[in-house]
Design a protein around this ligand. Structure first.
Ligand code: GLN
Length: 368
């Protein structure tokens, strides 16, 4: 689409606030909870991260699309955000490694994006008011959009893993690799699988509603619970899987949604944050080493820190330094640990990749 052909488009928040912008490609209307990501790079990884399913993504970086897209930077096989809100959309891109423009990619995936929005004003507004549902549209009939928006589901209590999980089990990595992992796919990012495979793991990935017995039948050396979209509370099957693994004291590692599932499986609650953490420069303190880590984050729910403090089987291992929320925990007498953030990065810094090494060490201890 030529720049001159762009239409007026709007962002309407659930409380009636309106921001005006322009459409980028396709006309249409898209709903979701509005969230913002502060990363300066990594838009393709973010847009294809299954954890973002059902969310309208606002990017605070002033330019989106300027380095195009590359097929190696997919975190799943398609775009998972429900729509994009940005400031400047780059119709031109420049990068040797790029194989297409972001505009073409959006067109192929039929994603609605709007630009020329005062993104700083939106972020400052939703930081005060808290996360809320919104709609973006090239249709400017506000009353009709308001009506439709009323019907869009609240993120609190929403089960979304079933929408992004694999339908059938599949394998990842070298089948002769020394370590076997059963991974529950509640929205898994590809770079988690790459990180495990690069450390000598052959992984069998299971659909979100698989039972412990199905995961066990692969005869794995360790178990993994993935990241993913939505509220962890409705995911009862996954919580049951976590319970069974922990009961048998088998090596277990959970990331983000998987970490929240481990908490819920042990009677530790989670809650929806006023605004989530989404970006690639979130500071975390490792309480075991005293060291800081700059981390990649994407979550709107969080594990209740007080519940972990009061649980005799758990200890806190990591704290988010911006707001003192829980960023990581482990079980004192079981082979189980988990983090709220993303050691696989993609996008983001690699400071926390040691957590994958730790998982492998935990597995090797048992294997000996
Ligand atoms: N990245 C994730 O796994 C996110 C977990 C969960 N959907 C949340 O928003 O908190």
């Amino acid at each position: 689409m030529k720049y001159s052909q762009r239409k007026k488009a709007i962002l309407l928040l659930a409380d009636g606030t309106i921001f005006e912008g322009k459409s980028v490609g396709t006309d249409g209307t898209a709903f979701g909870e509005i969230c913002y990501n502060t990363g300066m790079t990594g838009y393709q990884e973010v847009f294809t991260d299954p954890s973002y399913f059902g969310q309208l993504m606002l990017t605070t970086n002033a330019h989106i699309g300027n380095y195009g897209v590359n097929s190696e930077e997919m975190e799943s096989d398609s775009i998972k955000i429900s729509g994009l809100v940005c400031k400047n959309f780059s119709f031109n891109y420049s990068r040797v490694k790029a194989d297409d423009s972001l505009e073409n990619f959006f067109e192929k995936e039929n994603l609605l994006a709007i630009s020329d929005i005062d993104t700083r004003a939106v972020v400052s507004y939703i930081r005060d008011k808290g996360a809320m549902n919104a709609v973006i549209s090239t249709d400017t009939d506000i009353e009709s959009l308001k009506e439709q928006l009323k019907g869009s589901p609240e993120m609190n209590g929403l089960e979304l893993a079933s929408k992004v999980s694999t339908k059938e089990p599949y394998f990842f990595g070298d089948e002769n690799a020394p370590i076997k992992i059963s991974a529950l796919d509640i929205g898994i990012k590809k770079n988690i699988l790459r990180n495990l495979a690069n450390r000598g793991c052959y992984i069998k990935v299971f659909p979100y509603n698989s039972s412990f017995e199905e995961l066990e039948a692969f005869n794995p050396d360790g178990y993994f619970l993935s990241n993913g979209p939505g509220d962890p509370n409705p995911l009862k099957d996954a919580q049951q899987v976590a319970k069974e693994i922990i009961k048998r004291d088998l090596p277990l590692f959970g990331i983000c949604l998987g970490h929240q599932i481990i908490a819920l499986a042990n009677g530790i609650s989670t809650y929806k944050m006023h605004n989530g953490h989404r970006g690639i420069n979130h500071p975390v303190k490792n309480l075991l080493t005293g060291k800081g880590e700059v981390t990649s984050q994407n979550h709107g729910f969080v594990v209740t820190k007080e519940d972990v403090e009061n649980h005799s089987d758990f200890e806190i291992t990591h704290i988010h330094l911006n707001d003192d929320t829980l960023a990581g925990m482990r079980m004192k007498n079981k082979n189980c640990f988990s983090v709220q953030y993303h050691p696989e990065a993609s996008p983001g810094p690699h400071d926390s990749a040691y957590l994958f090494d730790q998982f492998i060490e935990n597995i090797k201890k048992v294997k000996k």
